[in-house]
Design a protein around this ligand. Structure first.
Ligand code: FAD
Length: 356
């Protein structure tokens, strides 16, 4: 069995982001790294989108970015501008290709399909594989299915995304559609639920067909790509070990109120790279306690008041777009937090605070 200085378990978003960050900052010139990843081939399997509130290494993997977005409930639509923090969509296919090409330039980096070929005793491990999550009906998930469609005619306004369209069946949960128009005749359309993931919410194909044909009024289209996913809106319970740091979803990088994870992974990678020489004594990197606290209350409200959530989200976006974006991307100051909190219905949040 081979010895390595570092082992990254899981060559997905977090594992590859970290390896890339170490490689481009020459942290692997005199160190060895094994990446353990079981998949046989890398292909586009998800789309990572976010408001670009910080620089990252993957601008050249962007499918498209937008400076406008909208959110709507059945009776109203709010159009918002985000030129300061454009909304970006990363094509995971381009990301995997770019990172793997770069990593293969370094002979100190080796790839393995499983952990059996490497000696884990003397290595520092970065783990991105969450523990098996047992289905628990009390836990919340953001679960979704998206299809990329192509239309014959130019139908979409590709200058604006629809972040949340709540004008759809809610089934005692929180449900919205999300549309990212990549061009005038190509868009990713997603049905998204924030819920305990009951079975009757999972007829995603029917929901998408119905939405595309009846709400968007598109009859003539081809599906060219599909992605399905479920993001846990709770932190995985990993055990602490002195020679291991959890990264990615497994490392608690998901913002629980939104499911956004990608940029947190990038910040975590940068933090690990900057402190790699002191890795054994490093303070844990986490989403700030302030957001952990506020998100817990928010999800408590969401669980108990699903019917009110479309209007709560709608009200939140009545703040200046810059304030909401910074809040949802963990970059808000206390004045901005207060502006958001003041938009929320006080009584149900106070009740949730005491139930928490
Ligand atoms: C479909 C989808 C869309 C998403 N969209 C967004 C988005 O728009 N914006 C956003 O911010 N976040 C998004 N997320 C959330 C999050 O950014 C992604 O899940 C991201 O890929 C998390 O990175 P990760 O490295 O933790 O997990 P992954 O990228 O899933 O990587 C884990 C890796 O571990 C490997 N693996 C599994 N088992 C083992 C094992 N036993 N040993 C070794 N390796 C193993 C897997 O093959 C995989 O490559 C999305 C998630 C999904 C599922």
């Amino acid at each position: 069995m081979k010895d390595f200085d570092y082992i990254i378990v899981g060559g997905g978003c977090a594992g590859l982001s970290l390896a890339y960050e170490l490689q481009i900052h020459n942290k692997l010139e005199n160190k060895t790294l094994a990446i353990i990843e079981p998949r046989n081939e890398y292909k586009k399997d998800r789309t990572w989108s976010f408001w670009k509130v910080i620089p990252h290494n993957f601008d050249d993997c962007i499918e498209k970015d937008w400076k406008n977005f909208s959110i709507n409930i059945s009776s109203n639509t709010n159009f918002l501008e985000c030129s300061e923090y454009p909304y970006q969509s990363i094509n995971s296919g381009k990301f995997y290709k770019k990172v793997n090409q770069k990593l293969r330039e370094n002979e100190n980096i080796k790839f393995y399909k499983n952990i059996n070929g490497v000696n884990i005793q003397n290595s520092f491990i970065f783990n991105s594989v969450p523990p098996q999550i047992k289905y628990d009906e009390k836990k919340l998930w953001q679960h979704f299915c998206g299809v990329e469609i192509e239309t014959k005619n130019n139908i979409f306004d590709d200058t604006i995304i629809n972040l949340m369209d709540f004008d759809c069946e809610q089934k005692n949960s929180v449900h919205f559609f999300y549309t990212l128009p990549y061009s005038k005749n190509k868009a990713l359309i997603e049905t998204t639920w924030i819920s305990e993931m009951s079975k009757d919410e999972k007829d995603y194909e029917m929901q998408l067909k119905n939405y595309i044909e009846n709400n968007l009024n598109i009859k003539n289209y081809n599906i060219v790509y599909k992605e399905v996913g479920a993001i846990p809106l709770f932190y995985p319970s990993n055990s602490n070990k002195s020679n291991r740091i959890d990264i990615g979803t497994a490392g608690g990088m998901t913002r629980l109120s939104t499911g956004y994870t990608f940029l947190n992974i990038q910040e975590h990678s940068k933090y690990l790279r900057e402190n790699i020489d002191n890795i054994h004594r490093l303070k844990k990197f986490e989403i700030s306690k302030k957001y952990q606290f506020l998100d817990k209350i928010f999800l408590e409200v969401l669980k108990k008041n699903s019917k009110k959530m479309p209007s709560i989200f709608f009200k939140m976006f009545k703040c200046s777009p810059k304030t909401v974006i910074k809040f949802l991307s963990n970059k808000s100051n206390y004045f901005e937090d207060l502006a958001i909190i003041l938009k929320m219905p006080k009584w149900i949040f106070i009740k949730a605070l005491f139930r928490k």
